[in-house]
Design a protein around this ligand. Structure first.
Ligand SMILES: Nc1ncnc2c1ncn2[C@@H]1O[C@H](COP(=O)(O)OP(=O)(O)OP(=O)(O)O)[C@@H](O)[C@H]1O
Ligand SMILES: [Mg+2]
Length: 403
């Protein structure tokens, strides 16, 4: 059985020690951290991704239910057990309304505490398995391979039609250089249109690999790649939606491993549905470029998506948020979004129907046409941010190896 990560949050140090002692005999329960205030619990939870939080009702800086509510904004599937002296109607009603998963009377009975932590963790596992599929069907860990691995940039939006394909194609074209090659992968297996954006509609697709899964190697993958006129290689999506069913997350993961060995950058245009393949892409990605548009539904979906990333234990350090389709007079501003989603907007790309239509009609990506227009310039700036973040990643990896 997998270990259960527990975070203890109580303002009194003796109480924290008692709680730790009460559960330490159980090898499955790992007290990953303890916090003395609501604020500290929020900070620690963002780092540790606990499964279960033991939260005292009274904290110094905020009340435990408020802390629980804020904790869930970043990690909606974390299970919070409230510890309260009095289980009165008021506490129970607020606890219920704010998504507390259980309430225990303080001081706690160790057996009761122990049982309730296990019940809460089982609830979380059940929710998670609905998102990512049953645990035993999950993608096995990728084989460890020697040699440098290319960086994966996933372009994702929880809402369709906001510019993922436009951005993924243009960024891949910009990233590609003969000596530092990039590959563009259409990860929207059902409705992918990368090849149309690049004017390469007929040709091999990822489906051609499915019958040869067992003998798949780098050469075979190279054979099904299309080549754009600027040299960028492209792995196209299946020619029809039903053919996407043949692609499992395991096969797709293997394909990505091969591509990472051949290319410095693997840019993936990702479909909005959070199916197994998309989750695999997000898990493997070094950077997740999340696209939002300046409207309430898009912000709401982005918040829900960030919650899912937390549940998948994917750090927000890997996320870059981009605002696309910005127009003068938009009601929602960059600042509103930063405050609401607690992440900075890395780039704002203007709405420019004319430039986009022209590029589509000519079958030429925007950046090969007019690098001078504001949308193209915005993308070039965005590329600067992406490259900087990738370099930071490499430095962090090297530091981790050294330590
Ligand atoms: N900044 C922009 N200005 C004008 N039009 C844009 C802009 N960004 C995207 N579009 C247009 O909006 C439409 C949707 O863009 P795109 O296909 O890239 O989105 P998507 O997120 O990949 O959508 P889907 O969910 O269908 O895959 C396209 O016609 C595209 O050209
Ligand atoms: Mg698309």
């Amino acid at each position: 059985m997998e270990e259960i990560k527990v975070l203890i949050c109580h303002k009194d140090s003796r109480a924290r020690d008692n709680l730790r002692r009460a559960i330490q005999f159980d090898p499955i329960l790992n007290v990953a951290g303890s916090a003395k205030s609501g604020k500290e619990s929020l900070e620690i939870a963002q780092e540790l991704f606990p499964d279960v939080v033991l939260m005292s009702l009274s904290l110094g800086d905020m009340d435990g239910i408020e802390a629980a509510q804020r904790l869930q904004e970043n990690a909606p599937f974390v299970q919070i057990i409230l510890l309260a002296h009095e289980l009165d109607y008021n506490v129970m009603r607020r606890a219920m309304n704010f998504g507390i998963s259980d309430v225990i009377k303080w001081p706690v009975d160790p057996d009761d505490l122990h049982a309730k932590i296990h019940e809460a963790a089982a609830r979380k596992r059940k929710i998670m398995s609905r998102i990512t599929g049953p645990l035993d069907e999950q993608t096995p860990a990728p084989e460890k391979t020697a040699g440098p691995k290319g960086k994966i940039l996933a372009v994702y939006s929880p809402k369709g039609g906001v510019g993922c394909t436009l951005l993924a194609t243009n960024l891949a074209l910009l990233l590609h250089r003969a000596d530092i090659p990039a590959v563009l992968v259409d990860g929207d297996l059902q409705f992918g249109d990368v090849s149309i954006f690049l004017n390469q509609a007929a040709g091999n697709t990822v489906s051609d690999l499915v019958p040869h899964v067992d003998e798949m190697d780098d050469e075979m993958i190279e054979e099904v790649l299309l080549q754009h006129e600027n040299g960028l290689k492209v792995l196209a999506a299946p020619p029809s939606p039903e053919m996407a069913d043949d692609m499992t997350s395991e096969i797709f993961g293997k394909i990505l491993d091969h591509l990472q060995r051949k290319f410095a950058y693997v840019v993936i245009d990702t479909g909005s549905a959070l199916d197994d393949v998309t989750v695999t892409i997000l898990e493997k990605a070094d950077l997740i470029l999340t696209i939002a548009t300046p409207d309430i539904p898009s912000i709401k979906n982005s918040r829900a998506f960030f919650g899912i990333l937390a549940a998948l234990e994917i750090s927000m350090n890997r996320v870059i948020l981009v605002l696309n389709g910005v127009q003068r007079g938009d009601m929602i501003t960059n600042d509103d979004i930063t405050k609401s989603l607690k992440i900075e907007v890395a780039a704002e790309l203007p709405f420019d129907r004319k430039a986009v239509l022209e590029s589509i009609n000519k079958g030429k990506p925007l950046l090969l046409e007019g690098r001078g227009n504001p949308l193209a310039r915005g993308m070039i700036e965005l590329l600067g941010v992406i490259k900087e973040r990738m370099v930071e990643e490499v430095v962090m990896e090297l530091e981790a190896v050294e330590n």
